[in-house]
Structure formats: C-alpha cells, structure tokens
Ligand binder design. Structure first.
Ligand code: GLN
Length: 292
C-alpha cells in the first residue's frame, strides 16, 4: 500500500476530486474528528484502516453517491436524522409542509389530542418534527417499505418522540382510524423525467421518487392519496400534499374534483408552489346514508 497521508494532505488530495467541503465531511466522519481539529492539526496521522475507508468513500462520492448516504445522516429543519439507501434524503423544500402542518395542528384546540398521520413517511423526518413541535399531537406514520420504517423508528428514538408506525400502502394500514390532519410527501417525479438521472437521484429509492407509471405525469400516488384521504379525515380535517414544481394546478384540480374545501397552494422558500391541500369534503364521494 502507498504511504498513508497525514490528515491535512489526505484532505487536500481528496478535495481535488470531490471538493473541499465534501472531502472534509468524509474525513471527519471516518476519523471521528471535528473541523477545528483538521485546521489545527493537519499533521495528525491516520490509521491504515481510516485511510482506506476514506479512500473508498471519496471514490463513491466522486461516482456521484450522495454525501448523506456515505456518512449515514442528513440535516433537516436544524436536526440531524439517520438516512440510508432505503429512504430519500430530506429536501429543504419539505420544510414547507412541516410548517403548514404545525400551524394547523397548533390551531386545533379541542379537548382531545390532535391526530396527525404522515403517509409514506420514508425516513420519518416530517413525522418526527411534527411530534416534536406539537407535543399534544398523536402522530402516526405509514410506509410500504419495512426498511424505511426501520430508519424512521430509529429517527423517532434518536429525537425522543413517540410515533406510531404502520407498514402498508398509503391509507391501507389505517383501518377505520380518522385524523385531524393528513400530510404526505409522496413520489411525484414523472417516470420519464430526466432529473431522475441527475444529482445523486439514481442512488435514491426510485419508488420514493416516482410512481413508476411509464409516460405518466407523476401524479399516480397523489391521486390515490386524494381518493382515500377523505375517509380518514375528521369533518374539519386537513389534507396537505407536497408535489412537484409544476403540479400545483393539477393537484388543486384533483382536490377540487374530490370535493375538498378551501383548496389552496403554498410556496416554498424558492417561491415555487410546493404544497397544496384542502379541508375534508362535506360529504366524501361514495359516503352516503349507509355510511361506509
Ligand atoms: N423534490 C424531490 C426531487 O425533485 C422529489 C421528492 C419526492 O418525489 N417526493 O428530487
């Protein structure tokens, strides 16, 4: 094996391949040190094991694998969460649905605890944040992927919140349960979107990004959620959905057709209509005197 470089030298060499910041974060991850240590002591030695693990991670980063998967965590809304290839890496635009949900949950001041469900929770970041920010709320999270639920459970434990996790597709595991608020950040990237081949997306679970409908508009999962959600909402309950940058009009239309009231869209920090939602229809489609 080549001579093992000192830390500062290893950082410098790796920076040429993956940039200074990512090289530093990988080095800190492998060596368990802080930024300040690297600056103050570039002459520190690495073990052979650290050097080879670092080289391996730099290789993978250079091949496009997202940093979050390489270090096993990502930051979202000021908290660090575990992530892995079974779940999407949290996106900054998803902060919007968290804020909108928190606002609504806090405004619910009835005698009982507000009940919230996150459909397709993935790494659980939204559910965990709702549980933290709305301690009165009872939070449920569903996901079809058992591996994703493992990550989400770990994140709930890491941040000390109780979330009820249910395995299954969208509303399927909810039985007859009703909620005051349903949130979801479902897959919405159209199957043929060239974006899926860029920016590390090929390393993320395709089923969490796209509904997989060849030649479709990406709205397959959103249609399913809109169709099922009314049955699981209390009378004044809200449904909030994250969607793609160009899907707001279509999602508002779907909500309107399903009878949702107060249908609206909200813009993310980039000024893009990113979340749409509405209140439960007075009479959800198919709900007649026979009840359900
Ligand atoms: N906003 C993400 C992206 O464009 C997609 C997230 C999702 O499908 N829910 O990469």
């Amino acid at each position: 094996m080549d001579e093992i470089p000192l830390m500062g030298e290893a950082w410098r060499r790796a920076a040429r391949r993956v940039g200074r910041r990512d090289a530093r974060l990988l080095l800190e991850h492998v060596c368990g040190c802080a930024h300040a240590d690297l600056i103050a002591h570039p002459e520190r030695a690495m073990s052979g094991d650290q050097a080879s693990r670092f080289a391996g991670l730099v290789e993978r980063r250079a091949a496009g694998e997202p940093l979050a998967y390489l270090v096993g965590s990502a930051w979202f809304c000021g908290l660090e969460f575990a992530v892995g290839p079974a779940v999407l890496i949290p996106r900054p635009e998803t902060e919007l649905i968290v804020d909108l949900a928190v606002e609504r949950a806090r405004a619910m001041d009835g005698p009982g605890r507000p009940r919230i469900v996150d459909l397709g929770a993935g790494s659980g970041v939204v559910a965990v944040l709702l549980a933290r920010r709305c301690p009165r709320a009872e939070v449920t999270a569903t996901d079809v992927s058992a591996a994703a639920l493992d990550v989400a459970r770990a994140n709930a434990a890491r941040h000390g919140v109780a979330v009820r996790f249910l395995e299954g597709d969208w509303c399927a595991p909810l039985g007859d349960d009703r909620f005051d608020l349903i949130v979801s950040n479902p897959p919405y990237v159209a199957d043929g979107d060239p974006h899926l081949a860029l920016d590390g997306l090929p390393f993320e679970p395709r089923g969490a990004l796209s509904d997989g409908v060849a030649g479709g508009d990406g709205l397959g999962c959103i249609r399913r959620v809109v169709a099922a959600a009314a049955w699981h909402l209390e009378a004044e309950g809200w449904l909030l959905l994250e969607h793609g940058y160009d899907q707001a009009l279509e999602v508002r239309k779907l909500l309107g057709q399903a009878g949702f009231r107060e249908v609206a869209s909200w813009r993310d920090e980039a000024g893009i209509e990113r979340v749409s939602g509405g209140r439960r229809p007075a009479m959800p489609a198919g709900m007649d005197a026979q009840a359900r």
